[in-house]
Design a protein around this ligand. Structure first.
Ligand code: PPE
Length: 310
């Protein structure tokens, strides 16, 4: 999906014109994948644009930085304020927000510690990550031949730029094979997650998602959906899943900020559930409830919204 340019990008405390938001080609992060980032969304509401779980995302950004021993020069509060300011400056109602902490120009070599720390926040309109049709009708998935890295290979809890090469390999393999998305198992053979989304199944009315010890990211959409599902009266458990559990699921869906909630039509060419791959009732109910929450239409989840113009 091509990026749709907006006007300004926040860089280290200043607004820079979109086309001037450049970095030096010898920046450390470009060579060694030593950056950390977030993916956040703002949605239109009755009170103007609102950022969904802004503080939680920024806290996770700082946790990612901590895992990689980075020392960001701004506070979480300052970055939350900068994000809202960036949305205001760009006069945009609905957008994806990409904060990035990267190691800039000045030192080369594997030791990242002496490098300057830079931060950028960009916003742009971004439609459905896996397509409108994927959102409505579900996506076809394939278990990848690439494994999610075990936690002593990489700290997979960090949204580190270099760590995403693993996801990209799996994504390309799935796309080249004619599928929409890949599912990664960990080195024990348990299901971890998708390339940029967490994974859930439904079996006998119970909603199950792999624990973070599987290598799955502690997704904020995952947390939101678990909360919403419990509030709707569903039993939600974290448990290790085998690929055969995916084949036998009544329903399956993936969650992420970019993807939102997308049902799975099939896993390894086996239709999910008894409906020929069509989305199941629980996935659709949770998807609708999630959209109500992010658009500020359910007061129960008002705390999750940060209004940009307040
Ligand atoms: N797992 C991975 C590996 C992941 O990248 C994401 C977010 C999630 C789970 C879901 O986390 P959360 O967004 O907090 O619910 N992936 C982001 C990046 C996608 C991309 O860069 O492309 C996102 O959804 O914004």
């Amino acid at each position: 999906m091509p990026i749709e340019a907006t006007r300004k990008i926040w860089m280290d405390g200043e607004f820079v014109d979109w086309d001037d938001a450049r970095i030096h080609v010898l920046s450390h992060t470009l060579h060694y994948g030593s950056g950390v980032f977030e993916g956040i969304r703002a949605y239109p509401t009755d009170r103007g644009p609102a950022v969904f779980r802004l503080r939680d995302h920024m806290r996770r950004l700082y946790q990612s930085a901590h895992l990689l021993m980075m020392d960001p020069p701004f506070s979480v509060d300052e970055l939350c304020e900068a994000t809202k300011e960036t949305i205001r400056v760009n006069e945009i109602e609905s957008c994806y927000i990409r904060p990035l902490i990267y190691l800039g120009y000045g030192e080369m070599g594997l030791n990242p510690l002496p490098c300057p720390h830079n931060i950028a926040i960009a916003v742009w309109p971004w439609g459905s990550y896996l397509g409108e049709e994927g959102l409505r009708r579900g996506v076809r998935t394939k278990v990848s031949s690439w494994r999610r890295m075990e936690p002593n290979v990489m700290p997979v809890a960090a949204k580190g730029t270099g760590i995403y090469v693993n996801s990209s390999l799996a994504k390309v393999e799935a796309l080249k094979g004619g599928y929409d998305e890949a599912i990664l198992l960990n080195t024990h053979g348990h299901v971890a997650e998708c390339t940029g989304e967490n994974l859930f199944i439904v079996r006998d009315g119970v909603i199950i998602t792999p624990p973070t010890s599987s290598g799955a990211l502690e997704g904020l959409t995952r947390h939101s959906i678990m909360t919403i599902a419990r509030d709707l009266g569903y039993e939600v458990v974290e448990a290790n899943l085998l690929r055969s559990d995916l084949y036998l699921a009544d329903e399956a869906f993936l969650t992420g900020t970019a993807a939102e909630l997308v049902p799975l039509r099939s896993v390894d060419d086996r239709n999910v559930g008894p409906r020929g791959g069509d989305p199941g009732p629980i996935a659709l109910e949770l998807q609708a409830a999630y959209f109500e929450a992010v658009h500020g239409r359910n007061p129960k989840y008002a705390d999750w919204l940060d209004y940009v113009n307040d």
